[in-house]
Design a protein around this ligand. Structure first.
Ligand SMILES: *Cc1c(COP(=O)(O)O)cnc(C)c1O
Length: 391
């Protein structure tokens, strides 16, 4: 039998350090590899399969659309696209939505909207966007420039000009930038994901929102990872009591199909006009049908369950043997372990639990509807892997 692992190593670009596991199928929160070994999925494809694998309602919505009309381009109107845009606006108070295919693209659109707004209002030299140190905003050259982590940058210069980075929680530094530079946008993740699963403080996020509002600077909240119920509210910003001008999201939105969305608030709702932006696949009917099925079900009762499961994980792991700290929000959780995170993840995998890492932490992003008994089992395995330290 041909080895998929060696085929992949030979023909797929070497950009990923894959785990030595070949997954072939799944159901709910259980993934099965080519040898029939089963794993509890505590990563959900990096926060994407919001309702798990092959979940019935999502699958019914997607397959119905797939058999009706799978693509039209944006030259025509289609039902799922318009309905999803309405649902997102009704649930957030935002005014308009631009659809794309990924988180990076959602951020590209957000940056374009902020730059055009500020250029029109304040002049063509007002284009600099402030982002945070340790942020992550994507892999395209512009979103890479926005990403405040130098190690992503060094091989790809010159990057898109017009980005400056300030440390998270540095209100003074941010205030100074806004006062002294021509700032076209302030962009941040309320919980930094790739940067180590760190929730920003209310004080800092609110101060950033106030600075943006009082200086007529569009505030962009990157909800690619935190959005769509992941942190226990529909969007993470909602729990901070702020109103962004632009929200970008992707990952969990489509429940496993590629879709990005940029939500435009009142300040910028009309800034992108005919011809200013576009995407061949954007608003694809199948992806939008999947996203409708996800967003329709993220009501307050469901989100309360996400928070309950989160409380369980935090209580179980905080202060446990071998665990230094537990950070994050909702079902976006980072665990700083005494053992190297990679070893903990490898041991969990051996024991049938798939976890992620972020920086030096073990990261958990399970499906939002993970049943309590499955979650308990996985947390038990993770806890004992963390406790396995030499004393
Ligand atoms: C994953 C991620 C992105 C990039 O999303 P892609 O779909 O991989 O382009 C952008 N911002 C944040 C906060 C993310 O977590």
């Amino acid at each position: 039998m041909e080895s998929i692992i060696s085929l992949d190593k030979q023909y797929v670009a070497n950009t990923y350090a894959r785990f030595p596991v070949e997954l072939v199928s799944g159901k709910g929160n259980i993934l099965t590899d080519v040898n029939g070994k089963q794993y509890i999925d505590m990563g959900s494809g990096i926060g994407v399969t919001a309702f798990g694998i092959a979940e019935e309602a999502w699958m019914a919505a997607v397959t119905a659309q797939l058999g009706t009309l799978q693509h039209t381009s944006n030259l025509y109107y289609t039902q799922p696209c318009a309905r999803l845009a309405r649902l997102l606006c009704e649930k957030t108070g935002m005014k308009k939505v631009f659809f794309s295919n990924s988180g990076a693209e959602a951020n590209e659109c957000a940056i374009k909207a902020a730059r055009k707004y500020s250029a029109e209002k304040k002049g063509a030299d007002c284009y600099t966007v402030v982002t945070l140190v340790n942020s992550f905003h994507g892999r395209t050259l512009t979103t890479l420039s926005a990403t405040g982590q130098d190690h992503f940058h060094k091989l790809f210069n010159p990057l898109t000009p017009g980005f400056v980075h300030v440390a998270a929680e540095d209100i003074e530094g941010l205030t100074k930038l806004v006062r002294e530079e021509k700032i076209a946008g302030i962009m941040l993740e309320c919980v930094q994901g790739e940067g180590g699963v760190v929730a920003l403080s209310r004080e800092f996020v609110r101060a950033a929102a106030e600075l943006a509002a009082s200086n007529d600077i569009p505030l962009i909240i990157d909800e690619v990872q935190t959005g769509n119920g992941r942190t226990g509210s529909l969007y993470a910003y909602m729990d901070y009591g702020i109103t962004p001008d632009i929200v970008s999201t992707a990952k969990g939105l489509g429940g496993g199909l590629p879709i990005g969305a940029t939500l435009l608030g009142e300040k910028v709702e009309s800034v992108l006009g005919f011809g200013d932006h576009g995407s061949t696949y954007g608003g694809n009917p199948v992806c939008c049908a999947g996203a409708l099925s996800v967003i329709e079900r993220l009501d307050e009762a469901f989100l309360a369950q996400v928070r309950e499961k989160s409380d369980y994980v935090f209580q179980e792991l905080t202060g446990a043997k071998g665990i230094v700290s537990v950070t994050g929000k909702g079902l976006m959780i980072g665990i700083k372990t005494q053992r190297p995170a990679k070893e903990v993840v490898a041991d969990c995998m051996e024991q049938g639990v798939l976890c992620l890492t972020a920086k030096d932490k073990v990261r958990l992003l399970p499906a939002l509807n993970i049943p309590m008994d499955v979650l308990k089992k996985a947390v038990g395995v993770i806890k004992s892997a963390c406790a396995d330290i030499k004393e």
